[in-house]
Ligand binder design. Structure first.
Ligand code: GDP
Ligand code: MN
Length: 399
């Protein structure tokens, strides 16, 4: 789960991590009031969306002006102008896709005088099973380019969880970032606090770009992107409260209510599968046969009929879906329950697209009977390749 920059900065404050002073604003009036509480002479007006690249982004609407989603204002009047231009308008960045994201919240921040822009991120490294820090002197808006062109300018260092964070880790990072004097001490303390934050809050990713050295020579975090492990959210109600439903796909919200592992994709073949591995294999084989999946959906190992029904309804309600592939390898999951769920959802919403079903495993005969008795126009398939061929043929026919 992602949170907004202004929420991330609140967490920095809780962990004594230096960041500029600022306030969130949900309306132009609130933006002006927020600016009034800050000293100036420079304010930063920042669009709050769950996507990076805001600085270089562009608004779709002409009345939003030419500049991007992060703007420096020289007066409270200018804060007002920028807030008016941003709120309610759609920001398109390298990370939002063409549709862009509507800006509903702003963050009004005290402007910093920047001497150097650095990069620091932390993530759970699957290879080492440790939290790793990634740093670079080349922070700012082009870090992807740096990673591509000059990967040697990026240093990775992991922390042994048994020994924990040590001052030498922080010093190593400080030297890699070319810090000097009091910044080294600040860096050692900051990285230690960040490590504690990442571990205590079960983050899967933290990205600070830019981490800056100010003209006064202090180290401070000017951006914050945080991603939390959704499997650990049950023990962080305070983080769950930060969830912004407007930033999420409505289908994914519906799926999460039913504990379904669901991800919306760009294609047109809806997939209902049990087991994440089988779901991945199903996506692969659809691509192999020349089409694109509309979603990843894992109903899980032992879903009740209601969850299967909810899952199938989500697929049926997706206008992008031009064909459906049900691929079940029932072990713990019973094929008859899958069949009942599919039939219940189909009866309620109707199926107007081709439906290919491949069932295998526990109670498969009963499952097939239920489907046959339902009167649904189902194309049965014998195995994964057969199923993929049949559904992709059907969808290709539609053109
Ligand atoms: P992103 O483009 O979504 O990553 O948004 P950022 O929060 O990183 O802001 C983009 C850029 O705006 C930063 O890389 C900085 O160069 C600039 N910026 C942000 N805050 C300030 C500030 O307080 N002062 C100055 N001079 N520039 C800032
Ligand atoms: Mn940034």
């Amino acid at each position: 789960m992602n949170i907004h920059e202004y929420q991330a900065k609140e967490l920095y404050r809780q962990y004594d991590v230096s960041t500029a002073v600022g306030y969130p604003a949900f309306s132009v009036d609130e933006a002006v009031a927020a600016a009034g509480k800050l000293p100036g002479p420079v304010w930063v007006v920042k669009s709050q969306i769950h996507a990076g690249g805001r600085g270089k982004g562009k608004f779709k609407e002409a009345d939003a002006g030419e500049a991007g989603g992060v703007r420096l204002a020289k007066s409270v009047d200018e804060v007002k102008t920028f807030a008016t231009q941003m709120l309610g308008n759609t920001l398109v960045t390298a990370q939002t896709g063409e549709a862009g994201k509507q800006v509903n919240r702003l963050y009004i921040e005290d402007g910093s005088a920047i001497a150097r822009e650095l990069y620091l991120s932390a993530l759970v490294d699957r290879e080492t099973s440790r939290v790793a820090f990634i740093v670079s002197t080349e922070g700012g808006m082009d870090i992807e380019q740096v990673a591509h062109d000059t990967p040697d300018k990026i240093l990775t260092m992991d922390i042994d969880p048994a020994a924990g964070y040590q001052a030498f880790h922080g010093r190593k990072i400080a030297f890699a970032l070319g810090l000097a004097g009091k910044q080294i001490k600040q860096c050692v303390a900051m990285v230690g606090n960040l490590y504690r934050m990442v571990v205590e809050k079960d983050m899967s990713m933290l990205e600070i770009n830019p981490l800056v050295v100010t003209k006064d020579g202090d180290l401070t975090c000017l951006d914050g992107k945080m991603d939390f492990d959704s499997n650990a959210l049950f023990r962080h109600p305070e983080i769950m409260e930060l969830r912004d439903f407007e930033e999420e796909d409505p289908m994914e919200i519906e799926a999460s209510k039913h504990d379904l592992a669901f991800i919306k994709l760009d294609g047109n073949i809806g997939c209902l599968v049990n087991g994440a591995g089988l779901a991945m294999a199903t996506l692969d084989i659809i691509k192999l046969y020349g089409c694109e999946p509309a979603n990843f959906l894992d109903v899980g190992g032992s879903a009740p009929k209601e969850r299967v029904t909810a899952a199938f309804k989500i697929i049926l309600n997706d206008d992008a879906v031009k064909g459906i592939l049900v691929n079940i390898f029932g072990g713990i999951m019973r094929c008859d329950i899958i069949a009942e769920g599919v039939v219940a959802a189909a009866k309620e919403l109707g199926v107007t697209v081709p439906l290919v079903v491949r069932l295998e495993g526990t109670n498969v005969e009963r499952g097939k009977e239920i489907l046959a008795e339902s009167g649904l126009a189902i194309v049965p398939a014998d195995n994964l390749a057969d199923a993929a061929k049949k559904i992709t043929d059907e969808v290709k026919k539609l053109g």
